[in-house]
Write a protein that binds this ligand. Structure first.
Ligand SMILES: C[S@@+](CC[C@H](N)C(=O)[O-])C[C@H]1O[C@@H](n2cnc3c(N)ncnc32)[C@H](O)[C@@H]1O
Length: 297
């Protein structure tokens, strides 16, 4: 598995390594820590994402993918996968997952892409909403996470395709994707403001004009008392309990620190705008503990 992991070029190896061992219990721990609310948040993000997204001109199939600035990272879906080249570099037979040339030939005209997909919960939901003219792609750089995603019913039924890729260098042509979603993954792209900005720019690059970006992430409640309670809950309950249940203390210490130190909704909206998006709107969730940002290219 380590060998497979090393095939995926990525800009943040420590984050990539951190997520690998969490995959098996990832969903369960999320549901426990949020009392199941994470699913409701994803559903709300999905509702917003699917709203009106079918409108507009679908992207041209086949012509869209795997060229342009990231050509080094990617190969044409219709070509033989080559080692060291983004998702195509993940040997599908070895892993039992990944987008193959055969999948490439069958890609629908409209593409919905869930980045930092983890175990693919959001992508799975998207695939239930997507019509037959839409391909849902679930992308992540953790092979173990993708393995879990690949076991989802929608993946086995071919309604969701799983691919290994770094959010900072997506294997798509400019203006080739109709919708980009990310759920509770943005904090991990924020090793610095510039790093986050460059990932947002990458999402903007692959979206076609008029395409939509939907970002669900924890946030900072405006009311001081709520913010204090939220941080106390994360530090005093989530961190020790999830550390004990998962056996991966550093990962959940990181989680707590990244949640408490993340941007508030206004600042995140500013960064999204800086990345080239327009019409950025924010929907606060649960007193501002989380926020859903919607933006257009
Ligand atoms: C907190 S999980 C979120 C998973 C999922 N979206 C959800 O709703 O639960 C973050 C995921 O982002 C992935 N990730 C972090 N940085 C990434 C990057 N630069 N490129 C691709 N995936 C990344 C990790 O491997 C992990 O699976």
């Amino acid at each position: 598995m380590t060998a497979a992991l090393s095939h995926i070029p990525c800009m943040n190896k420590s984050i990539q390594k951190m997520f690998e061992p969490l995959a098996r219990r990832y969903e369960l721990l999320n549901h426990i820590m949020t009392f199941g609310m994470d699913t409701l948040w994803r559903k709300e993000a999905l509702r917003i994402a699917a709203e009106n997204v079918a409108a507009g001109t679908p992207a041209d199939p086949h012509a869209d993918l795997n060229t342009g600035p990231n050509a080094d990272l990617n190969t044409d879906l219709n070509a033989t996968p080559s080692p060291g080249a983004g998702f195509s570099s993940v040997p599908a037979p070895e892993l039992g997952l990944g987008v193959t040339p055969e999948h490439g030939r069958g890609l629908a005209r409209r593409i919905w892409l869930d980045v930092s997909t983890g175990t693919g919960e959001m992508a799975d939901m998207l695939s239930r909403r997507a019509g037959s003219g839409t391909t849902v792609l679930a992308a992540d750089f953790s092979i173990q996470m993708l393995r879990v995603a690949a076991r989802k019913k929608s993946a086995r039924a071919g309604r969701m395709l799983v691919l290994a890729a770094d959010d900072g260098r997506l294997p798509f042509r400019d203006a080739s994707v109709d919708l980009v979603t990310i759920s509770v993954g943005t904090r991990n792209l924020n090793s610095s403001r510039d790093a986050l900005l460059s990932c947002f720019r990458e999402f903007c690059r692959v979206l076609r004009p008029g395409g939509r970006f939907v970002n669900l992430e924890t946030s900072q409640p405006r009311a001081r008392v709520v913010r204090w309670l939220f941080h106390a809950y994360v530090n005093w309950l989530v961190r020790p309990v999830a550390s004990a249940l998962s056996g991966h203390r550093p990962a959940y210490s990181y989680l707590a620190a990244s949640m408490c130190g993340f941007y508030d909704a206004e600042e995140l909206a500013t960064i999204i705008r800086e990345a080239g998006f327009s019409r950025v709107k924010v929907a606060p969730v649960l007193l501002g503990i989380a926020a859903i940002h919607v933006a257009h290219k």
